[in-house]
Design a binder for this molecule. Structure first.
Ligand code: IVH
Length: 701
């Protein structure tokens, strides 16, 4: 919750002591945001909020120059960008990879693929295996063989235009070599800096009293995202090409063939790529790379396996934001030990109280860590963690760091931690203990305050404006807290009435705001009055409705009205509505129950109603409106011979069809294989067209 502190005091009124504290606080916060932005490509604040933080930080340094040298450079994990770049929408999204951490995960990955493709046990399945470069992914667009744009990954759909910068990278050809180059080629790969160049750069930077970087990836990111491309040119950056986005024609039909073609075009491909014919060979490759890792002159954080045949890749398709045909097999997580300064209780959007260990900052795998989750009261008890203990922490991939255990031979904290019996909010609401079935979370403590609990309300608002939800520039976490504290914002609809209410609020007269920033903020709010359905659904913050689920729901229903109507029916316990939703891929009982509970609450219905009066919600983009089955409802029954049920469903959905589990008069096609029973009868009863598997293939072309 907002505290009364000096974080909003104008810089010119800060005492030296306050400035020192504020400078340190901002330094840490900026480092965290840099880490999110540069390392995970997932900033949690808007650009404007970030810039404001940096400006304040710099203003403090200007007023108290001594602080400049006091600043711990090691806490700065990212390079300061000189500004931000224009946004570029990727023609084909840049997705991420699912992770495997164990031999079992890898076996599961291969098994899933075999099942999906209905491959017999003795049928060959070839994979490519290659190092996972710890760099910065990049998409390079070539038109008629000439480099026209370079873009960062960004959120996967939209990146930053860094064309001028990538042109300075020697490994990136300006013109593709060879004959018969497809008219459009989008080449993807990783920009990185060698360990040797990284060390040399840091030496130069330190000598010149300039910023030093925490690891080669940060220095590659920092070097690339320079407004002045001559700075990028002065840094030794490299590029490994390993993939592609939009291609007007395909020069090869296997992954390894495509990589060979990339090399022929003038790119550098990774020489350590190999083909593997079994899980055992994949695991051997992983072991071999882990052993070689330290000797390589570039950082790798795992290996990537991909199905070699592109036709199989296409059939396998994607699930949520990752391809089914590839996986990143990570190396063991990195660990560190540090001191627990405090244990704080955070209240989430759904009222769950999560204990968080506040740590003495420590670098784990190049990232400064100062918080680690303790999950729940049972976990604290299991670990026996006390404030004052030294603990081992682990950071695996992008997940939140975890406390693994107490270092027993270091001095121990004086007393066991007592988990609070009340919510830390000013209402001091009672908390309840819940046992969570499955999911391995065990026990959970939840505040019973619901809509009254200010923490939950603020978290709801924060979620609402977060980057993947409404993403309103200039309305970040800090502003939300501040506006909530002032009672200007109590629920999402209030955001859109803010401009009209500003006659009395007079935001421009508040500390930290000026006429320009208020104008920009209101402009950003206006811009978001029109929003895509999936974002809108996600923004509501219904439990268990994450981004992927929101996309599935949006695609399944197409329009807000259709979705909302069904949700209201769900809330009344309507069985048909439940069955209908259950038929949507990736939607199951948990989501359905959660939506029923959400729309069963009058308070929530009110919030939604007031909000929908303020915004225009766009119908979902149907995957391919021009396919012959777009918008049709299909039921598969009987045993299919050419594809598994999962694949049939995924293909139909990719083509914009809705796949249902039962036949009704709303069904357009029943695709029946041998052994089809009651559903076939239902089809005849309702006069629904019945297709054989072959008819289906003919229909979809
Ligand atoms: S293939 C559909 N191959 O890892 C995604 N990615 O977690 C295909 N990466 O964003 C990606 N080395 O930046 C692929 N040899 C490699 C890679 C690689 C590094 C990065 C890439 C991607 C991230 C996925």
């Amino acid at each position: 919750m907002p505290r009364v502190d000096t974080t909003k005091t104008p810089v010119e009124f800060l005492t030296e002591k306050q400035a020192k504290a504020e400078h340190a606080r901002l330094g840490v916060e900026i480092a965290q945001h840099d880490a999110r932005y540069y390392q995970h490509d997932a900033p949690s604040v808007s650009d404007a909020a970030y810039d404001a933080m940096r400006r304040r930080y710099e203003a403090i340094e200007q007023r108290f120059p001594d602080l400049h040298t006091l600043e711990s450079l090691s806490l700065r994990v990212g390079a300061a960008p000189a500004g931000r770049f224009a946004k570029v929408r990727h023609a084909v999204p840049m997705l991420s990879l699912a992770n495997a951490f164990s031999a079992e995960d890898v076996a599961d990955f291969a098994e899933r693929i075999r099942r999906f493709l209905k491959l017999a046990e003795d049928e060959a399945l070839v994979f490519t295996a290659e190092p996972k470069i710890d760099g910065l992914s990049m998409s390079l667009r070539y038109e008629d063989g000439a480099l026209v744009r370079g873009a960062t990954r960004g959120d996967g759909s939209e990146g930053e235009d860094v064309t001028a910068n990538v042109r300075t990278v020697a490994d990136i050809p300006h013109k593709l070599k060879g004959k018969h180059i497809p008219a459009v080629c989008e080449i993807r790969g990783e920009i990185y800096m060698t360990k040797t160049d990284f060390l040399a750069l840091n030496k130069r930077q330190a000598a010149a009293d300039e910023q030093v970087f925490a690891n080669p990836r940060n220095s590659a990111a920092g070097s690339l995202r320079q407004k002045d491309a001559t700075v990028t040119a002065s840094r030794a950056l490299h590029f490994f090409a390993y993939g592609w986005g939009e291609m007007s024609a395909m020069p090869a039909d296997i992954q390894s063939g495509m990589v060979g073609w990339l090399a022929a075009c003038g790119f550098v491909s990774n020489p350590l790529m190999q083909k593997c014919g079994s899980v055992a060979e994949l695991l051997d490759y992983h072991r071999g790379m882990e052993a070689r890792r330290a000797k390589l002159d570039y950082d790798i954080d795992g290996v990537v396996y991909k199905v070699d045949r592109l036709d199989l890749q296409e059939r396998l398709g994607f699930v949520s934001r990752s391809p089914r045909w590839a996986v990143a097999h990570k190396f063991a997580a990195e660990k560190a030990t540090t001191l627990v300064r405090d244990i704080e209780i955070q209240v989430g959007r759904t009222g769950v109280l999560t204990p968080v260990a506040k740590l003495e900052p420590v670098t784990v795998g190049g990232v400064v860590v100062q918080n680690a989750t303790l999950h729940n009261p049972d976990e604290i008890e299991r670990l026996g963690v006390r404030v004052g203990d030294t603990v081992t922490i682990q950071r695996a991939g992008d997940v939140i760091p975890q406390v693994l255990g107490v270092v027993e031979d270091k001095p121990r904290g004086p007393k066991p931690f007592k988990f609070p019996k009340k919510c830390p909010c000013h209402l001091k609401t009672d908390v309840v203990r819940e046992t969570v079935a499955g999911g391995g979370e065990g026990v959970r403590v939840r505040c019973t305050g619901e809509f009254a609990c200010p923490y939950q309300r603020v978290e709801h608002l924060r979620h609402f404006v977060s980057r993947r939800a409404f993403d309103i520039e200039g309305l970040g976490e800090k502003q939300i807290e501040f506006f909530f504290e002032q009672s200007w914002l109590k629920e999402p609809a209030d955001i859109f009435t803010l401009p009209a209410r500003n006659k009395t609020i007079k935001l421009e007269e508040q500390e930290g705001f000026g006429e320009t920033s208020v104008r920009n903020l209101f402009g950003a709010i206006e811009e978001r009055r029109s929003i895509a359905l999936e974002r809108f659904i996600y923004a509501l913050g219904v439990r268990h409705v994450g981004e992927t689920t929101a996309v599935a729901l949006a695609r399944g229903y197409g329009s807000w009205k259709a979705f909302h109507d069904v949700c209201l029916k769900l809330a009344k316990g309507d069985e048909d509505a439940k069955l209908e939703m259950d038929a949507i891929d990736q939607i199951g009982e948990t989501v359905i129950e959660s939506l029923a509970a959400y729309f069963g609450e009058a308070h929530n219905r009110g919030i939604v109603e007031r909000l929908t009066k303020q915004v225009k919600i766009h119908d979902a983009e149907r995957p391919s409106a021009d396919s012959p089955v777009a918008g049709k409802t299909v039921v598969f029954t009987g045993s299919l011979e050419k594809m598994t049920r999962d694949e049939a469903k995924a293909t139909a959905e990719r083509l914009g069809a809705k796949v249902a589990g039962s036949v009704s008069k709303k069904t357009d096609y029943v695709v029946a294989g041998p052994g089809a029973g009651s559903k076939l009868k239902d089809a005849q009863k309702h006069g629904v067209k019945v297709l054989s598997e072959d008819d289906w293939f003919k229909l979809i072309g």
